[in-house]
Design a protein around this ligand. Sequence first.
Ligand SMILES: Cc1cc2nc3c(=O)[nH]c(=O)nc-3n(C[C@H](O)[C@H](O)[C@H](O)COP(=O)(O)O)c2cc1C
Length: 194
Amino acid sequence: MNRAVIDFLLARKSAPIDQMSGPGPTDEEIDLMMRIASRVPDHGRLAPWRFILYRGAARREIGDRLAELAVKLEGELPEMRLEKERTRFSRAPLVVGVVSIARDNPKIPQWEMFLSGGAAAMNLSLAAQAIGYGANWITNWYSDTAEGRAILGLKANERVVGFVHIGVVDGDFPDRPRPDWKTLYTDYSGPEAG
Ligand SMILES: Cc1cc2nc3c(=O)[nH]c(=O)nc-3n(C[C@H](O)[C@H](O)[C@H](O)COP(=O)(O)O)c2cc1C
């Protein structure tokens, strides 16, 4: 048994984005994370996902556009809310967009392509944390609107699996309550009626 890996997985938790700071991952670290993120189960070897890096000044430009979109969708907004939108992508030094590209395929359902994207986002989060960064996978309102996705650089046929925020986090932070895993598994007891 690889006890170090087991302990790492047992302790894994998302880091609060507001506590993330720089420096962000180096190009070499990003390359390593991409390599790990793309090494995931993928029925038919379709690689139905891609990754977008948001770093540097682009993060604030995105925030300004998201604030404008929020006003367009919701009307006038208080300054506090506007500032929240403006800083959506600039709290962490690096945000990685995990983008699902579902294709028509005669054999492989798109559902399975989405699931593979989830595996990529999870592997990316694990890789970031294994290197020593905090990571947090979120989607948020702009993932659910075509205009939001366009601001973030997605094509019309692409969907957001998640935006994985990655940064340095000093010190510890609380875990969230976890499900009681003992209640989550049973032996097979035959087909469901109906
Ligand atoms: C697909 C997906 C989307 C999420 N979107 C959000 C979000 O928009 N906002 C949010 O606060 N948390 C969101 N979360 C939850 C955060 O990732 C959360 O911090 C995390 O699940 C905490 O659990 P962990 O410590 O086990 O990583 C999302 C999680 C998943 C899997």
